[in-house]
Design a protein around this ligand. Sequence first.
Ligand SMILES: *Cc1c(COP(=O)(O)O)cnc(C)c1O
Length: 394
Amino acid sequence: MIYLDNAGTTRMDDSVLKAMLPYLGEQYGNASSLYTFGQKAREVVEEARKTVAKCLNAQEGEIIFTSGGSESDNQAIMSAARYGTLKGKKHIISSAFEHHAVLHTLKKLEKDGFEVTYLPVYENGIVRVEDLKKAIKKDTCLVTIMFANNEIGTIQPVAEIGKICREKGVIFHTDAVQAVGHVQIDVEKMHIDMLSLSAHKFHGPKGVGALYYRRGVPVYPLIEGGAQERNRRAGTENVAGIVGLATALELAIKEMPEANKRMTKLRDKLISELSKIPHSALNGDRKNRLANNFSMCFEGIEGESLLLSLDEHGICASSGSACTSGSLDPSHVLLAIGRPHEVAHGSLRLTLSKFNTEKEVDEVIKVVPKIVEYYRKMSPVWDELEKGERKHVI
Ligand SMILES: *Cc1c(COP(=O)(O)O)cnc(C)c1O
């Protein structure tokens, strides 16, 4: 099997599993209990909090553990909205191509009377700070813009956005689920007020994440109950998951320079070779993108058919985000960068990890053009394009 869906989820590193195992076995104590047996669990949770804080240049009191990226996004946005309501500020700024964990939360707030401005992301898939400056109003309570896009990998000007928000006194949250463990992040330097991360996107376990919130930024619980996580997230601590998250993050940051160098080389080979397919186009900025992200549209094919054929060749790929597969609507991300509907349907996303080899990439480069050609031959739309009865868009 060739696994190229690392923006969807990643394989756990063996060392991460090893670090977690004791807490799934004999070390089953409750981190919130008073006896010594439970205190061991408390110690490793606090050790993990320190590690995560250090990796982001934050303080340990600024990290809470959650069930993952979706929960962290929900909590950050709902907290800022509640604070905004208290202050009479009900305007939020975001971007047109956020993850659904952000977009659907914002849709809910719109129903509750919030106004949301969605900044355009242009053809290169990057928001412009001039647009942000113009959009900020007196009653803006939150700017939430992702660090790197999960479908097309484009990296946003987070430090500049943070600077503007700090100057204007507006809370800035970033969904950094695709970026943490993949690019250098310094929450102080980048003026980030809240940040979401998720362990399973950097070779950690699924179902555990964290929310960073700067001292003084109001964060309210999404889940009510016990006093865990300084009263901000009730529920018995997922000790093994938290240990796994911290172990994976520390490892990812240590390996980042080398891994990114390797993945960039493989990604660039995919881009240059698969660009040779006629009427194809790379999605998102060529340079300002994650080292592991390849995303392209091929005219005249259906992305779903392409994925099924790749699966028959043992290749795991995606057409975009896992959350939109199974729905017939084209990806909101591809529409946001201006791809017409019919082109957005013919998308392919390949996302690498440190475990991928050049041999695997060569296999993909051999297989994809053949599949694209096969489906184009069968497509009536492609026939019309070739006969000139319909105009090529890309
Ligand atoms: C995967 C992902 C999420 C959701 O994280 P979960 O831990 O799966 O809930 C949110 N935002 C982005 C950008 C993602 O890639």
